[in-house]
Design a protein around this ligand. Structure first.
Ligand code: AG3
Length: 282
């Protein structure tokens, strides 16, 4: 492939994913990572961090809706929500669609991710002026440790792969810090990579082990398509203190007063079914 293609290579798996591009429209080295924006032929704009695809205009709704709505429709009454990472603001937009949510904090380490998203993915940032939205730019691990105990109802961990800056977000100690920052019915959800790749399999298993060790009684992995990520198939893992994760607010999800393109009560119910190969991993 020549310069007209963006390619992300996953060396451990001998797989590559490519999109034909019109060109690279931006590239910079932030204090934390290298960030590039491409204009693609068929997927709109694409953001890559350290060579890894973060999102595209065309298919980010799959990931962002599944990071926000299942966990928010599982909690009985989510009012205060924290997002760790999530700098592109796509998850934030979905969270703000819930009328009952009174306060959302987004703790992103790299302010440049948010600034570039405002420029190249303005539709994801359309709710950023919402008075309920609050932004903290800095280390999310320290930030959650400094949060008043029991303050949040839901914590969403929307991070990069578990290498470099995000590594500390895939640990028992961090899950425990989140546990302390959550109220008694608190729920946490984390993006947990592809269920099909070899290393992520152990990431998913470890996430369940570490979540249980951190005190959560329930944990559940939901899978969904995400074409621009390695293998095209992705997962999030929800952990709950008391709420059984199978019992979501189905009627509210079915009657949601806002538009979604992937999430529905039926899709939520379907995503709760764990395929046998995934059950074996967990
Ligand atoms: N969230 C997950 C990124 C991981 C993709 N991995 C990869 N391309 N190797 C990104 C942030 C979206 N809000």
């Amino acid at each position: 492939l020549d310069d007209n293609w963006f390619t992300e290579i996953y060396p451990e798996e001998s797989i590559a994913f490519s999109l034909r591009i019109k060109g690279r429209v931006h590239a910079e080295q932030s204090p934390y990572q290298s960030i590039s924006i491409y204009e693609t032929e068929t997927f709109g704009y694409l953001m890559a961090i350290d060579g890894c695809v973060m999102l595209s205009t065309r298919d980010n709704f799959l990931y962002h809706e599944m990071m926000a709505h299942p966990v928010l429709f599982t909690h009985r009454n989510p009012r205060r929500v924290a997002i760790i990472g999530g700098g592109d603001c796509g998850t934030l937009r979905e969270v703000l669609r819930h009328d009952g949510v009174e306060e959302v904090w987004q703790a992103e380490i790299d302010q440049r991710v948010t600034e570039l998203s405002e420029q190249w993915f303005p539709e994801l940032c359309e709710a950023n002026e919402d008075p309920r939205a609050n932004f903290f730019f800095g280390d999310g691990i320290k930030w959650i440790q400094d949060t008043d105990p029991g303050y949040f109802d839901v914590i969403i961990i929307d991070s990069t792969d578990p290498v470099g800056p995000a590594e500390g977000l895939f640990t028992k100690d961090f899950y425990r810090d989140c546990y302390m920052a959550l109220g008694e019915n608190g729920l946490m959800v984390q993006q947990t990579e592809s269920p099909l790749m070899e290393r992520p399999k152990s990431i998913i298993r470890k996430a369940h082990e570490d979540m249980k060790a951190a005190g959560y009684h329930h944990s559940k992995t939901l899978v969904f398509p995400q074409p621009v990520y390695p293998t095209g198939w992705w997962s999030c893992t929800i952990a709950g203190k008391v709420t059984p994760l199978e019992h979501f607010r189905e009627a509210d999800a079915g009657a949601r007063p806002f538009p979604t393109r992937y999430y529905s009560a039926d899709v939520h119910r379907g995503a709760l079914a764990t395929p046998p190969f995934l059950q074996d991993i967990i």
